[in-house]
Write a protein that binds this ligand. Structure first.
Ligand code: NDP
Length: 239
């Protein structure tokens, strides 16, 4: 880590569990000041948490204000909070579609919009959105989820065009299968079947996603913007 990066304020949404937790832990380990907007659960050591829901613009605004008072303006935003409500197209309800869009896409928009204020003032900032291989590859039963995750690509690229001249980068990380409680719970045969489709032959660890996020937030990635970085063991390959 270079000196200019030390002590940055990094906000990771949904850092209480899963990939968000691993991302937050890795920024703490790198010496950054880390905050989260989270709904429930406990947080990793060293993470300043404000309870809030990304489906509420007011909650997002209040959480940012509290974080700014406590740690200072947010230099790096990692929009990680996300949900699935898988269902076959014919059976998918408006609610199932809209809830997923509201958290994954609009929730990210709410956080990015609020973060951009201070970033524009500071003439610098890093925005990293956690998408999914499914965003560009598609997935049966995931019309809502894939649409929300593909939407992040258009969002990051539009932010790049709008704010790229102000030292702000916006990128997307697209994980494939990650070893979590969810993938652990899959029957061994199903896991085998999935792994056979992944060139790497295995699922990823959360820290492998965190490493890509940290790179995009680093000084070394200053000229990368509007990119989609897959962390999927070769599953998507450009899709
Ligand atoms: P988890 O379900 O383990 O965690 C999701 C996190 O998002 C939780 O902290 C959850 O909070 C939070 N969250 C959900 N809704 C809201 C909300 N309305 N407001 C605030 N926080 C919210 O998921 P993962 O760690 O597996 O996934 C993290 C991200 O990575 C997601 O965007 C997901 O789509 C993406 N991803 C995951 C993959 C995987 O294999 N796991 C693969 C590709 C992408 P709470 O604990 O309160 O529910």
């Amino acid at each position: 880590m270079t000196e200019t990066q030390a002590g940055r304020v990094v906000l990771v949404t949904g850092a209480n569990r899963g990939i968000g937790r691993a991302i937050a832990e890795s920024f703490v380990a790198a010496g950054d000041r880390v905050a989260t907007i989270y709904r429930s659960g406990d947080l990793p050591e060293g993470v300043f948490g404000v309870v809030g829901d990304v489906t509420s613009s007011e909650a997002v605004d209040e959480a940012f204000t509290t974080i700014e008072k406590e740690l200072g303006p947010v230099n790096v935003l990692v929009a990680n909070a996300g949900i699935t409500r898988d269902q076959l197209l014919m059976r998918m309800t408006d609610d199932e579609f809209e809830q997923v869009i509201d958290v994954n896409l609009t929730g990210t928009f709410r956080c990015v919009r609020r973060a951009s204020k201070a970033m524009i003032k500071a003439r610098g900032g890093r925005i990293i959105m956690i998408s999914s291989v499914v965003g560009l590859y598609g997935g049966p039963g995931q019309v809502n989820y894939a649409a929300s995750k593909a939407g992040l690509v258009g969002m990051a690229r539009s932010i790049t065009r709008e704010l790229g001249g102000r030292g702000i980068t916006a990128n997307v990380v697209a994980p494939g299968f990650i070893e979590t409680a969810m993938t652990d719970a899959l029957p061994e045969e199903t896991q085998k079947k999935y792994k056979a489709t992944i060139p790497a032959g295995r699922f990823a660890q959360s820290h492998e996603v965190a490493a890509a996020v940290r790179f995009l937030a680093s000084d070394e990635a200053s000229y990368i913007s509007g990119a989609v970085i897959p962390v999927d063991g070769g599953l998507g390959m450009g899709h």
